[in-house]
Structures are given as structure tokens and as C-alpha cells.
Design a protein around this ligand. Structure first.
Ligand code: SAM
Length: 274
């Protein structure tokens, strides 16, 4: 880092930005120490100090091996979702498929599905992906990320869960992955205010079966068997308090299911095998 840049980092730290984030902002906005970029840096610092997530200010963020474009149209991809991708890859590896067909429900930035395609490609496995979202804004971001990473075997579908999918796809998926909204409406107030910058439709789900925020998961779990191949698997992220509910719904849908903790030790990832 040049002298000019480390002065700028100090300046942001004095304004109240954490040193690690200050370095990130300076590297993003003033990579070569150009003085005329300092105005843009100060605008970015002002947004950060107002509480906006760093990821939206920078406009891109690493997820697994990808650098994904992100903005306020999509959820900021989370580290626990990177774990979900690892679990899904493990499920595909167990079955040693030569050309898996994958469905990503609620694709947002494209994080899960695109990371799977990318990592399968680097193992020489040509997968194909159907990426669904009910938000046209999110689909636009996901499409841009697919182009950015030259991932072409993707169909983007504007749909509420399975509703708009071509029925010719029934029974055709080896893997369904999803990180659906799972926060209850009344829970939002008590959570990190950063969530207020993210699309509400990416976070909040109705209650179902007496479980807060379980409405979207219950639809996905109940309807997935129809769209999976006989040996197919559903891998889903969920909230801490939803473990019993996802396991009960999976059993009712005929799955052989187990549930995994995330790295922080919280119940997080449902693995439901047909
Ligand atoms: C928690 S975000 C996950 C985004 C991305 N998969 C990730 O992990 O970063 C949930 C996504 O589901 C989408 N979504 C919400 N309700 C939906 C529905 N009924 N049908 C399809 N997508 C939906 C939202 O627009 C949002 O992009």
C-alpha cells in the first residue's frame, strides 16, 4: 500500500470505519492513490458510516471461487451458504454423476447455483442449471454473474418456486438447492439493522405449521420430490429453530433426511434424499 493510501486508511479509521474495512474501501476506490478518486472514496465512507453493507458499496463480493456482483437487488451471499455449496458438491460426488442437472430455487445473485457450476466445471463435470427467482431484479443480477464467469449452461426462470417451471422438467433434477427466505416477519425488528438494506422478499417468509418463517421451506420440501429424479437430493438452508420442522416436513414428503450444523455450530443445512 502506498503512503497516500495508508494516509487515506488512517483518515477513514478516524472517521469511525474499522481498519480492515477502511483498507478494503481504499483498495477499491483509490487503487493507485489517484487524488481525484478520493471524492468517490469519501462518498463510499459516508454510505458505510450510515450503515450500508460494505458489499453493496464495493459492488462485488467473493463467494467460494467466484467474485459475484452484488447490489441492493439481491441478498449479500453469506459464509454459511458457502458451506451449503460444499455439502451439495459432496452429495453429487457420492453419486458420481457425469452431467448433473441442478435447480436453484431463489437464486438471488446466483451464488449457490453458479458456484456449483463453476466448481463442477473445474472438476471436468459439465452440469446444467435452472435458476429460479420471483424477483426480476435478482434474475438480472444472477444473469450478469453468469456472463461474468462464462457459465453458459443456465436457464433463468421467473417463477414463484415451482409454479412457473415447465412440467417437462418434472422428475429431471439430480439436485435441488435453496436458501429461501426463512426469517419471520416479527423477528426482523430484533435482527441486525444491516438486513434493512437487503430486499425484504429475500429474507422474510410467512409462518407455517406453527413455525416462524417456515412458509417457503414447507412449500419447497413438500413439492421437491415431484421434480427430483428417483435418487435426487434436496439441500436447503434454514434458521436455527427450524431443524425439527424441516426434518418432519421431509419425512412427510417421503425423504430420507438429516440435518447439519454450520461452522458456528447452529442447525443450518437440510440434506433430504429421495
Ligand atoms: C435468502 S435469498 C437467497 C439468495 C441466494 N440464493 C443466496 O443464497 O445468496 C432468497 C431468494 O429467494 C427469492 N424468493 C423469495 N420468494 C420467492 C418465491 N416465492 N419464489 C422464488 N423465489 C423467491 C428472493 O427474491 C431471494 O432472491
Amino acid at each position: 500500500m502506498t503512503d497516500v493510501n495508508s494516509d487515506l486508511v488512517d483518515e477513514l479509521v478516524e472517521l469511525g470505519i474499522e481498519r480492515r474495512e477502511a483498507r478494503w474501501l481504499v483498495e477499491e476506490f483509490v487503487p493507485g492513490g489517484e487524488r481525484d478518486a478520493v471524492v468517490a472514496l469519501h462518498l463510499a465512507a459516508t454510505r458505510r458510516l450510515a450503515g450500508e453493507p460494505l458489499q453493496y458499496i464495493i459492488g462485488h463480493w467473493p463467494f467460494r471461487a467466484l467474485d459475484l456482483d452484488v447490489d441492493q437487488r439481491v441478498l449479500v451471499p453469506r459464509p454459511e451458504t458457502e458451506e451449503l455449496v460444499g455439502v451439495a458438491l459432496g452429495e453429487l460426488a457420492r453419486r458420481d454423476l457425469s452431467a448433473p442437472v441442478i435447480l436453484d430455487l431463489g437464486c438471488g445473485s446466483g451464488a449457490i447455483g453458479l458456484a456449483l457450476l463453476d466448481e463442477l466445471r473445474s472438476r471436468g463435470i459439465p452440469a446444467s442449471l435452472v435458476a429460479v427467482d420471483e424477483s426480476l431484479d435478482a434474475l438480472a443480477v444472477a444473469r450478469r454473474n453468469a456472463l461474468k464467469h462464462r457459465l453458459h449452461a443456465v436457464s433463468f426462470v421467473h417463477s414463484s418456486w415451482f409454479e412457473g417451471l415447465d412440467t417437462a422438467l418434472e422428475g429431471r433434477f439430480d439436485l435441488i438447492v435453496s436458501n429461501p427466505p426463512y426469517v419471520g416477519d416479527e423477528e426482523m425488528g430484533g435482527l441486525d439493522p444491516v438486513l434493512g438494506y437487503e430486499p425484504e422478499g429475500a429474507l422474510v417468509a410467512p409462518d407455517a405449521a406453527g413455525v416462524t418463517g417456515f412458509g417457503d421451506l414447507s412449500i419447497i420440501i413438500a413439492q421437491s420430490p415431484r421434480w427430483l429424479k428417483p435418487e435426487g437430493v434436496l439441500v436447503c438452508e434454514h434458521a436455527n429453530h427450524q431443524r425439527n420442522a424441516v426434518l418432519a416436513a421431509s419425512a412427510a414428503a417421503g425423504f430420507d433426511a438429516h440435518d447439519l450444523d454450520d461452522m458456528a455450530g447452529h442447525p443450518r443445512i437440510l440434506v433430504a434424499r429421495r
